[in-house]
Ligand binder design. Structure first.
Ligand code: ADP
Length: 655
């Protein structure tokens, strides 16, 4: 029979090189990956067979067998799953079909430690076999194809692989690893069982290994050894983890299951396992990861929740099970009500799916609320103890203690995604708003909740004030904050790109309006005393003619010019009308090549500033007016339309 040689797709060759070099210290994961592929192949067969039972042929069992040969130094993993045709073997084992591969490769830094973390997230799958093997042979027969239509794929894991037609009696796939000398530790039943217990116990199919028994040596004085009996035994629990009662699953098992379904190396931050009964019956096991995946912001990225129906795997990435803003959640949902042949289209319309979705959103939000509540446990527990000296007892349980700091960690990774929920999930807006955290003029780290802010509001303060900017430094130093600083009023500093958009959907929090300090006129009059008010009014009156002159000079640049009490140290600043797009958002859209509305900002000037006071008597009023405007634009992070003209004007002044 003829043998064809093919080259690996360039990305595969690159990945193979990385896998074998950077995952060396974590070689045992190959078993998890190959068993997981075998299990997926069985799931696929079960799914296809729903409409075509003849695919089972004479082999009704779905199972995985692990066999090793000490003399040949091979380890073979055999499944009775869907198998591969010749073309499928070439396509699936020679290329990477996953979207985002390119983006993934671009992220690799060449630093092995860092890259191995990334590879973990990407999921190396089949290629992990080459960590321990210098040759892999895959024999496979696609369900439904004849004996003579089977395929043998083999490769040394470098530049190319070979494919030839073979005859194979059974449906499914056998993967034989020719282990490198230094990996002969895997030719040991005890070791393999231990790894299966650690990584693959949750697999719902039976994983079988040949039974061994102790045999004394026939020769006197020589040690005995374990020999195979020819009988096979199931070495895993073979019941899907989420179908077990909570008390029968250890934390370790929950964590390993997470790693198996998420491709994440790290432990999850939290999880929630529930059986829901009522209008719709389903089991949910949902995880919050500790780290954001590299493709969190990729548009074609789906949710990480797997859908099962009555323990039969239906589909991965079922994005109708959770809204986009919770796309970081991983897990499994197993419905008792959906039909087994449910399609993606059907999912979108199903009432059961709607109920599952609502229930799952609630569950995730409560998990986050729980983490948020315990994030500050110590601080609040101490505060209570201080308030009442008699109750100085340790009220923090170990479990609660373990949750400390987790919300901060979560928020740093996924806070920006959570904010999308303000616009996407109106029904849960209030709950989401409570989960948000921001930096503010009294905290450089995003740790201030809207409730914290409200509790600190000054007497007479009527709004929650915020400013959006590109960076924390730009936000903090913005002239618009001056009067707030002077009066000791806290302002939230927002620097996520999404803030501007998300805040559009949050006009109020707990009945208090949110107001941008860079939009509209700021009315702090309720915070002024009588004297201040009077002084401000008089100054405004006296200043009117000057404002008219400025307006005339700047009529091409500014919508309006008015006096303000919001500035202390700066002569002027720019603001936009309350319902106009902020200057920062306009800049962002412009950068992205999007059309922006043609609106001009308002220039607000500080009548108390020495520079402004001098304007009146100045000979070059026009130049000064323009400088005032341009400086306000610069201070706000904007770009000048005509920088040369600005420099000329300033130089003329300096000279
Ligand atoms: P992934 O499993 O994440 O898609 P892998 O590199 O592990 O990536 O596998 C690539 C593809 O090869 C799989 O998607 C599947 O189509 C095929 N494959 C791998 N192992 C098996 C198997 N045991 N039986 C059938 N197909 C398999």
């Amino acid at each position: 029979m003829s043998t064809q040689t093919h080259s690996f797709q360039a990305e595969v060759a690159q990945l193979l090189h990385l896998v074998t070099h950077s995952l060396y210290s974590n070689s045992e994961i190959f078993l998890r990956e190959l068993v997981s592929n075998a299990s997926d192949a069985c799931d696929k067969l079960r799914f296809e067979a729903l409409n075509n039972a003849s695919l089972y042929g004479e082999q009704p069992n779905l199972e995985v067998r692990i066999h090793f040969d000490k003399d040949a130094k091979t380890l073979t993993i055999t499944d009775t799953g869907i198998g591969m045709s010749q073309q499928e073997a070439i396509d699936h084992l020679g290329t990477i079909a996953k979207s985002g591969t390119k983006a993934f490769m671009d992220q690799l830094s060449g630093d092995q430690k860092q890259d191995s973390q990334l590879i973990g997230q990407f999921g190396v799958g089949f290629y992990s076999g080459f960590i321990v093997a210098d040759k892999i042979v895959v024999d496979s027969r696609r369900a439904g194809l004849a004996e003579g239509e089977a395929v043998r794929w083999s490769s040394g894991g470098t530049g190319d692989f070979e494919v030839q037609a073979i005859t194979r009696a059974e449906r499914g796939t056998s993967i034989t690893l020719h282990l490198r000398e230094e990996h002969s530790e895997f030719l040991n039943a005890w070791k393999l069982k231990q790894l299966i217990a650690k990584y693959s116990d949750h697999i719902s199919l039976p994983i079988l290994m040949e039974k061994e028994e102790w045999k004394d040596s026939e020769k006197e004085g020589e040690p005995g050894s374990m020999v195979k009996t020819g009988e096979w035994e199931t070495v895993n629990k073979a019941s899907a983890l989420w179908t077990r009662a909570k008390k029968d699953v250890s934390d370790e098992q929950y964590k390993e299951f997470y790693k198996a379904i998420s491709n994440d190396y790290e432990d999850p931050l939290a999880w929630s396992h529930n059986r829901v009964e009522g209008n719709s019956e389903y089991t949910q096991l949902l995880y919050i990861p500790a780290k954001a995946p590299f493709d969190l912001y990729q548009r074609d990225k789906h949710a990480g929740v797997k859908l099962y129906v009555k323990r039969v795997f239906i589909m991965d990435d079922a994005d109708s099970l959770l809204p986009q803003y919770l796309r970081f959640v991983k897990g499994v949902i197993d419905s008792a009500d959906l039909p087994l042949n449910v399609s993606r289209e059907l999912l979108q319309e199903s009432r059961d799916v709607r109920l599952i979705r609502e229930g799952s959103v609630k569950r995730v939000l409560s998990m986050l609320e729980d983490l948020a509540r315990h994030d500050k446990h110590e601080a609040s527990a101490n505060a209570e103890a201080d308030a009442d000296a008699e109750t100085v007892t340790d009220v923090v349980s170990d479990e609660d203690k373990a949750k400390e700091g987790k919300y901060t960690q979560f928020y740093a990774q996924f806070g920006a995604v959570l904010k999308e929920g303000l616009g996407e999930d109106m029904g849960n807006k209030e709950r989401i708003a409570k989960l948000l955290r921001f930096a503010s003029t009294s905290s450089d780290t995003p740790s201030v909740s809207l409730a914290d802010y409200k509790a600190r509001m000054k007497e007479g303060q009527e709004a929650i004030y915020y400013i959006t900017a590109d960076t924390l430094a730009a936000a903090k130093n913005s002239p618009q904050l001056e009067v707030f600083k002077k009066k000791g009023i806290e302002v939230l500093l927002m620097t996520d790109r999404i803030d501007e958009w998300a805040l559009n959907y949050l006009s109020h929090f707990d009945e208090t309006p949110l107001q941008s300090v860079a939009k509209g006129a700021v009315d702090l009059s309720t915070l002024q005393d009588e004297e201040e008010k009077k002084a401000a009014e008089e100054a405004a009156e006296a200043f009117k003619p000057m404002l008219e002159k400025l307006k005339e000079a700047l009529k091409d640049k500014a919508e309006d010019v008015r006096a303000t009490s919001r500035l202390v140290d700066s002569p002027a600043c720019l603001v936009v009308a309350s319902d106009d797009m902020s200057m920062q958002l306009m800049r962002m859209l412009k950068q992205a090549g999007q059309p922006v509305p043609d609106s001009k900002p308002v220039l607000e000037v500080n009548p108390e500033h020495p520079l402004v006071k001098k304007l009146d008597t100045s000979a070059n009023f026009d130049d000064l007016a323009h400088i005032l405007f341009d400086q306000a634009l610069l201070a706000e992070g904007g770009l000048l339309e005509d920088p040369v003209a600005y420099v000329k004007r300033v130089n003329a002044l300096l000279a």
